[in-house]
Design a protein around this ligand. Structure first.
Ligand code: PBG
Length: 322
């Protein structure tokens, strides 16, 4: 082949590289995670996730406005309740921090896509994603409460509800609950293949949701499994999910690719807190270039097959793409 075949011809100038580029990022791909709590005037930085904040609703509106200026079109909300209990009852409280925030966000920015994380772990005193009986997270009672939570988010005006608990049958329960309450148009983005990962560490500090005993391995997936991800995704689609997600992203690019090739449905990937904070920490030490690394990581997730990327880099990346 050589010297006739010379791939370097297509790398010679920036214009040629632009012309043959296979993957391009667009701010419309990004979903920006935000943490909301009760109160007023609160904007306190999360130590484990520099550049991210616990926000009261008034400050959340300012953050959303600034994110929109940067080009961000979608947000996902996580709630921090004032008090936690065994069952996580603030999760489905119509006056909960998330519900109030959704209402105000949609009022202020009707065209902003507002998604909500549907889970109990931020709301339960034990930090697990469902109800506990005899030291075990019980499935069927938990999905009732998750459905109630999703309906409450829909009532507040959420465009998308995103269950992240990994209970069996929760998408079906949520789809039925939404239909019964008159919200059949609400999108379900399911955390379909969510792994029991070490990369959620910084988030658990942010959401104050670390399990008080044991771990999440009896409901989140084993990092060693990929065939099983296809089973999980298949079930969620049958149960009524519109968008499925693989989480985390970077250590699971093969799973993203297989899900995309197998199902061809809208696919999200979560560039999780550990991936974010790891990059920032290395950049802070001068070991990697922050901006190039951010765009490289996001491009890789998209190249693997994700259409949508949940990322704490959303604002910065959107600015870089301008
Ligand atoms: C709640 C939830 C978690 C994340 C999103 N939703 C934490 C967990 O499962 O422990 C992680 C997000 C991140 O690390 O950025 N179930």
């Amino acid at each position: 082949m050589f010297p006739v075949a010379r791939p370097r011809r297509l790398r010679r100038t920036a214009a040629i590289r632009d012309m043959v580029r296979e993957t391009t990022l667009d701010p419309a791909d990004f979903v920006y995670p935000l943490f909301v709590r009760h109160g007023e005037g609160i904007r306190s930085e999360i130590a484990s996730m520099p550049g991210n904040f616990h926000l009261s609703v008034d400050r959340l509106l300012e953050e959303a406005a600034a994110a929109r200026e940067d080009g961000v079109r979608a947000v996902i909300l996580f709630g921090i309740p004032d008090k936690k209990d065994e069952r996580g009852s603030e999760a489905w409280d119509d006056e909960g921090a998330v519900q109030l925030a959704v209402h105000r966000l949609k009022e202020a920015f009707p065209e902003l896509i507002v998604a909500t994380d549907v889970c109990l772990c931020e709301y339960t005193s034990h930090g697990h994603c469902g109800v506990i009986a005899d030291g075990v997270v019980v499935n069927d009672e938990s999905i009732e409460l998750l459905a109630r939570t999703a309906v409450s988010h829909a009532r507040a005006g959420a465009d998308i509800v995103a269950p992240s608990d990994m209970m069996d049958g929760r998408v079906g329960a949520i789809r039925a609950g939404l239909a019964e309450a008159g919200f059949s148009e609400v999108t379900i983005l399911s955390y379909a293949a969510k792994y029991a990962s070490a990369f959620y560490g910084p988030f658990r500090e942010a959401a104050e949701s670390a399990p008080q005993f044991g771990d999440r391995r009896a409901y989140q997936m084993d990092p060693a499994n990929a065939d099983e991800a296809l089973v999980e995704v298949g079930l969620d689609l049958e149960e009524g999910a519109d968008i499925v997600m693989v989480k985390p992203a970077l250590a699971y690019l093969d799973v993203i690719r297989r899900v995309k090739e197998t199902y061809g449905v809208p696919l999200a990937a979560y560039n999780v807190s550990g991936e974010y904070s790891m990059l920032l920490a290395a950049a802070e030490r001068g070991w990697i270039e922050r901006e190039r690394a951010i765009l490289e990581v996001l491009t890789a997730i998209k190249r693997a097959g994700a259409d949508i990327i949940l990322t704490y880099h959303a604002r910065e990346a959107a600015r870089l793409l301008k």
